[in-house]
Design a protein around this ligand. Structure first.
Ligand SMILES: Cc1ncc(COP(=O)(O)O)c(C=O)c1O
Length: 400
């Protein structure tokens, strides 16, 4: 049998890979030897460092973004009997954090060009389903908030949603899991003053292994979030350990153990120092992809609106024009066969068994079925980027 020798060696390119700076270990060592391995000075420094790069006034570090979303709901008094508008075009945690609080997500459609919540669909949904007191005419539950997800790091239209929230007396909460380093109207995501949550999962722009952070412009809400994070304890661990006199903590709410360790904060502090260089490299890779794919009529790249003044390219989505789900899956398989890992263009939450409501969201479903995510991470070499380009173009010729 004839052996086919590939013209070039097959590469093995993951969808993402964390970039460790090399000097995390020294700071981890400091955490290990200092006696403060959880919720100590490094956690505080990490919170301050994130405030500095985002322009947020208050930051509360947690063990994940999902925990931060849950706490965001709690500090705004959102719970049983309440509903929160949320995109279905997101990772399931955007909805889970709402359910953890006892409330129910109500899924709205996205704008297919911005990939974020569609303000018009959101307003129609409010007008058609809720009475003047924001009571859902079918469920009897009260609408309390809009959860605006900055999907893939693309800022949603914060000002438009802030106006909508004001008009209907709703709370605006931002899911900023992917958005660190992106800017909206020249302002960093996280600086709006609305409660929002960041993720430091390894697929995000910076990572602490696992981790998250709640940002807010309100001193009062930040204090409440700090209490929920640590078992509902009225005095923080840090304050207790530094107190000169005996302190008596009390518990007025049922809290959680959502604390971040100083070992994770040590990693985060080193990561955040290199945030700018990480984003610059992501944007360089995206520019190469955009240039290669934009001319092809079979492919559609994402052209962000003007209010997105910087996209961090936490992920790189590509849409296959006139394709269906089967074609998209075949496209992904073809790339997998040459060692390129891709991901589906976000499975809609409303189609997952745990949330199924028989809902149809045309834009969400269409975008999801015809999109895939390409590898993008700062350590990707130019050779790897061009390898992806070459194989996307070949696959396009062969399959579309
Ligand atoms: C939009 C969005 N929200 C929330 C999360 C949850 O983040 P974490 O894994 O830190 O809980 C993710 C993670 O992928 C996400 O993409």
């Amino acid at each position: 049998m004839e052996t086919v020798i590939p013209s070039k060696p097959v590469m093995n390119i993951p969808i993402a890979k964390p970039t460790m700076t090399g000097d995390e270990m020294a700071l981890i060592q400091q955490a290990l030897t200092s006696g403060w391995v959880s919720m100590g000075p490094l956690t505080q420094q990490f919170e301050q460092a994130i405030c500095k790069v985002t322009g947020a006034t208050h930051a509360v570090a947690m063990n994940s973004c999902t925990s931060a979303i849950h706490v965001a709901m709690l500090i705004h008094g959102i719970g049983a009997g309440h509903e929160v508008i949320c995109p279905s075009y997101s990772f399931i945690a955007s909805a889970n954090g709402i359910r953890h609080a006892g409330a129910e997500p109500v899924f709205a459609d996205i704008n297919p060009t911005t990939l974020t919540l569609d303000p018009e669909h959101t307003e129609t949904l409010i007008q058609e389903n809720y009475d003047a007191n924001l009571i859902n005419k079918k469920t009897g539950h009260q609408l309390r908030a809009i959860h605006l997800v900055h999907q893939l790091g693309i800022p949603g239209d914060i000002d438009t949603f802030a106006r909508l929230a004001e008009k209907y007396n709703l709370v605006l909460i931002e899911d900023n899991a992917c958005g660190l380093g992106s800017t909206y109207k020249l302002q960093p995501l996280g600086s709006s003053g609305f409660t929002n949550s960041l993720s430091f999962h390894p697929r995000k722009v910076i990572t602490t292994g696992e981790g998250g952070m709640l940002l807010t412009g309100s001193t009062d809400l930040a204090a409440k979030a700090g209490v929920y994070r640590a078992h509902g304890m009225s005095i923080s661990d840090f304050a207790r350990h530094n107190a000169k006199a005996t302190t008596y903590e009390s518990y007025e709410v049922v809290g959680y153990n959502y604390r971040l360790t100083d070992i994770q904060a040590a990693i985060g502090l080193k990561q955040v120092e290199r945030l700018e260089s990480f984003i610059q490299r992501r944007r360089q890779i995206a520019a190469i992809y955009n240039q290669a794919f934009a001319p092809l009529p079979e492919l559609s790249i994402i052209e962000v609106p003007d209010y997105v003044t910087r996209w961090n390219y936490q992920s790189y989505p590509l849409r296959l024009v006139d394709a269906d789900q089967a074609k998209r899956d075949a496209f992904m398989l073809a790339l997998q066969e040459v060692g390129i890992t891709t991901r589906r263009g976000i499975p809609p939450i409303h189609q997952e068994p745990v949330y199924q409501q028989g809902l149809i969201l045309p834009q969400t479903e269409q975008v999801s079925q015809t999109s895939l995510m390409l590898p993008i991470f700062p350590l990707m070499t130019d050779e790897e980027v061009h390898y992806v380009v070459e194989h996307v173009l070949n696959t396009c010729k062969r399959l579309l």
